[in-house]
Design a protein around this ligand. Structure first.
Ligand SMILES: [Zn+2]
Length: 165
């Protein structure tokens, strides 16, 4: 487990000029329309989304995921910042702390499953810098410890029904 800092804009420009963003971000969010079937996604827990990258394989690296239902721009900022760091040579693993995404607190990476693959989920601490799992962490942040499947109401409902039968 290591600690990293996001490089400043000026450093990035000097060392890594004009490299492409050659990954994509999938944003599965309540209210979004599925490009394939046209249905409106409403299946996620309130406060949850399933945002993740595809394409980090190109760098022999795990993809990233974020499950707090932040505005789209914020989700893109966080996931693309990490994507750029991987593109530019950083290598991350489960348990790493990253400074510089937010001014006043680090985020933590934790390994989870997402549709049959492993991803590094970005775990954000609450406003008192308490990570989920730490004493007193605000309840809205605890969903970050759920398995991806459990972020979906349908899956929770089935699991509960199974338990009652
Ligand atoms: Zn996807």
């Amino acid at each position: 487990m290591s600690s990293y800092k996001v490089p400043g804009i000026s450093e990035q420009k000097i060392i890594y000029p004009n490299l492409p963003v050659d990954w994509i971000v999938h944003l599965v969010k309540n209210g979004n329309v599925c490009e394939e079937c046209g249905e409106i996604e409403m299946g996620l827990l309130p406060n949850a989304c399933n945002a993740h990258t595809h394409g980090m394989e190109r760098y022999n690296h795990l993809n990233f995921q974020l499950v707090l239902n932040y505005p789209k721009e914020e989700i893109m900022r966080i996931l693309n910042t990490l994507g750029c760091m991987v593109r530019d040579g950083f290598r991350f693993e489960d348990g790493d702390l990253i400074e510089g995404i937010y001014l006043d607190c680090p985020v933590k990476l934790k390994r989870f499953n997402e549709t049959d693959r492993s991803v590094l989920r970005v775990i954000v601490p609450d406003k008192y810098n308490r990570f989920p799992g730490e004493n007193g962490c605000m309840v809205e942040y605890l969903i970050q410890l759920l398995e991806t499947d459990d972020l979906y109401l349908e899956h929770l409902r089935k699991t509960t029904e199974g338990g009652l039968n």
